[in-house]
Design a protein around this ligand. Sequence first.
Ligand code: NAP
Length: 314
Amino acid sequence: MKAVDHNFAEVELPKPSPSGHDLLVRVTAVSVNPVDYKQRKQATGSRILGWDAAGTVEAVGDEVTLFQPGDQVYYAGDVTRPGCNSEFHLVDERIVGRKPSSLGFAEAAALPLTSITAWEAFFDRMKVQGGRRMLIINGAGGVGSIGIQLARHAGLNVIATASRPESIAWVKSLGADDVVDHRKPLPAQVKPVDYVANFSGDLDSYWEAMTEIVAPQGALVAIVGNTKPLAMETVRAKSATLCWELMFTRPRFKTPDMIEQHKLLNQVADLVDAGKLRSTLKERLSPINGANLQKAHAKVESGTMIGKLVLTGW
Ligand SMILES: NC(=O)c1ccc[n+]([C@@H]2O[C@H](COP(=O)([O-])OP(=O)(O)OC[C@H]3O[C@@H](n4cnc5c(N)ncnc54)[C@H](OP(=O)(O)O)[C@@H]3O)[C@@H](O)[C@H]2O)c1
């Protein structure tokens, strides 16, 4: 089978066969996320990257109960295993959802990794309640683009940050109630909110503003780590909750509840098919090959991506 390794070299690999809970998926579309370039920079030997895919189940392992050959699926996968930048890919059924039937493979591949992140952040970690206010830092990125929609669907009033005319227009089109500029001090632009979701790749620079903006007894979530110590006094004084979200935690540690990712991806598919959420696909490249994956990495790494970039076909 064809695959593209972390050096963007096109390689021929043996087609794997599934066992246990694994599905063998024929991959039709993949999306690129910041995790791809972060993993690329740490990779040694030959590593297959890619943690967002849509495709069709080709074969199933002996313990599989949720899917059968021919099912159309979408999923992010497990960063501790080879990624999906290959014609065929093994993935545990418990972290795979049914592809929204109203979407093509490209539109579906835009969604899994970022939907899992925003869903787990809001519903599993922060336990948000409707009728309250949330600030989303980096509204136009991959996570923010589905996060705005999920937060609005949960009944929250959403203030999103964006800094360019095109990213401001995008977050408004996704349903943000207000837009503020993350290139200017945020506390001057935002009154205290119950929830602050930092969906940017920078926790250190926003930490002070996050703790100032969160309301007493509110909650904060971060999706990247800090590189400097975080001052906790304001959070403590406000009895605020600091949550961490890493969407690879469940697959990486094979937590007993890892099937929650299967369930949430199916719920996202239902919401898409009911017209309540839309795909965040913004840019496409075809086919899936070394040159196009290199272009996609460069675009995502530039920090200017709006919504998601998807590659299709082999
Ligand atoms: N923990 C997890 O499970 C998890 C999951 C997914 C992603 N992540 C991490 O979360 C980060 C965001 O990922 P993503 O895929 O959503 O990002 P992305 O799509 O690459 O975000 C691109 C957007 O970032 C905005 N941006 C650039 N610099 C910014 C800054 N200093 N402050 C705020 N926004 C800024 C830009 O918007 P403007 O043009 O409006 O400035 C741009 O449109 C990455 O570091 C990624 O690795 C973590």
